[in-house]
Design a protein around this ligand. Structure first.
Ligand code: SAJ
Length: 406
């Protein structure tokens, strides 16, 4: 047996856990993936996937066929335990958003009985500062016999949906142990499957680093979104403006859009705000700017719709960004829902990535939307929309929130 091979349990088989479990299995580790949803377990056990992500189906199939990836509803004994469960926020009475680490706590409780001396517990979920220490406390409260005898570290995932498989291997990683021995043990494990550099710190800094990466992107996108709203009333194309400003060697403004979605950038900055609401003014404002952008787009659509007696509005895209099927916090979905609820004409939505598994309201094929719409709103720059023959747009009122049809 290869001396680097480990028995690994991965808790949570979502956008991060499933690719990670599959990659580890194809690298020769003996992996048990655990999920609380029976449907997910059955799907993966049959070599299929429940998520749209390029190449994930191939990776999962080869992991299952190799015999190194098994999936179950409950964990067993192992050498390494990876926790990759969701960390959403919850709304408090005063409308503030605070992190909800219940899933991490539950996953930790459920692995506690299987742990033994020398095991390594890794928290990959994006988490508020102090969560890795909390994981250790929970384990020790259930298993006092393991005090000082297990290793615990945070290793935040950093992969970009749409590029997960490549980035899992290539990205640099940050590892923060609750002590130096935990960091060293986790680093040794990540070196068995990561080709990027591995940087070691303490768990609190690692937790904050992940929150900061996503907040940095959120602030930059908020700047772009604010510019787009300013330019909207100034007869200036924000796309051209940003392209030109970015020619400066020290300027790199991101792209405006209909708002910021996904389960990361739209969520994680709130964890910093919750920890220090007095100081985190810029981070909070960026969130508010990005959260307000869909409503600015809705107002723009409503203003155009007034020209028509019975407007037909084609909403192109529902996912939170191009090339994926993920609807979490999607501004495109929010805009479409609002148009429908407000009765702004007939709304025809279309998203080629949803392939019939979306049931909330009817969707249409692209051809029908292009044929029947008076107003076309480009909400997601999926390749199918970017490639639309511009001749088909010439008699339509066009609202391009992504700058893809310039
Ligand atoms: N967006 C814009 N303009 C841009 C870039 C993005 O409006 O210029 C929008 C997108 O359309 C989308 C949202 O922002 O609605 C987020 O998309 P994204 O591609 O910026 O990021 P995510 O949420 O898919 O993944 C991010 C990544 N974080 C960073 O790039 C700092 C990824 O590396 C993280 O692993 C991931 O969050 C995560 O899981 O935390």
């Amino acid at each position: 047996m290869d001396k680097k091979q480990r028995n690994v349990v991965v808790m949570g088989l979502g956008y991060i856990g499933l690719p990670t479990a599959s990659l580890l299995a194809t690298k020769g580790h003996n992996v048990l993936g655990v999920d609380v949803q029976e449907e997910v377990v059955n799907t993966i056990n049959s070599g299929k996937v429940h998520i749209v992500e390029p190449q994930l189906d191939i990776l999962v199939r080869s992991a299952v066929n190799s015999g190194n990836l098994k999936v179950s509803l409950t964990p067993t004994e192992a050498d390494v335990f990876i926790i990759a469960v969701p960390t959403p926020f919850k709304l408090c009475g005063d409308n503030s958003k605070v992190p909800d680490i219940t899933y991490v706590e539950r996953a930790t409780e459920s692995i506690a009985p299987s742990l033994k001396e020398g095991d390594l517990v890794i928290l990959e979920s994006t988490s508020p500062v102090g969560t890795t220490e909390r994981v250790y406390e929970i384990i020790i409260s259930k298993r006092p016999d393991l005090a000082g005898k297990i290793y615990t570290a945070h290793c935040p995932e950093r992969v970009l949906p749409g590029h997960i498989i490549r980035e899992l291997v290539d990205n640099d990683r940050i590892i923060g142990g609750i002590d130096a021995a935990s960091s060293a043990k986790a680093k040794e494990f990540y070196e068995t499957f990561c080709s990027g550099n591995i940087y070691v710190t303490d768990s609190r800094t690692a937790e904050m680093a992940k929150l900061v990466e996503n907040s940095y992107r959120d602030v930059n996108i908020a700047f772009a979104n604010e510019l787009s709203m300013i330019c909207g009333s100034m007869k200036i194309s924000v796309w051209e403006l940003i392209e030109l400003a970015n020619r400066h060697p020290r300027v790199n403004i991101l792209q405006p859009g209909p708002g910021v979605g996904g389960h990361c950038i739209a969520v994680d900055p709130w964890f910093i705000v919750a920890a220090n609401s007095t100081e985190a003014r810029l981070i909070r404002t960026a969130r508010e700017v990005n959260d307000s952008k869909p409503y600015w787009v809705i107002d723009k659509i409503k203003a155009k719709a007034e020209r028509f007696k019975d407007p037909v509005i084609g909403c192109l895209g529902l996912a939170f960004k191009a090339g994926i099927d993920d609807l979490r916090e999607s501004p495109a979905l929010e805009i479409t829902r609002h148009l429908m609820a407000d009765g702004v004409g007939r709304v025809m939505a279309c998203d080629p990535n949803l392939n019939g598994h979306f049931k909330e309201f009817p969707t249409y094929d692209l051809q029908s939307v292009l044929r029947d719409s008076d107003i076309l709103v480009l909400l997601v720059d999926h390749k199918e929309f970017k490639g639309i023959d511009r001749e088909l747009l010439k008699d339509k009122v066009v609202i391009d929130t992504r700058g893809a049809w310039r």
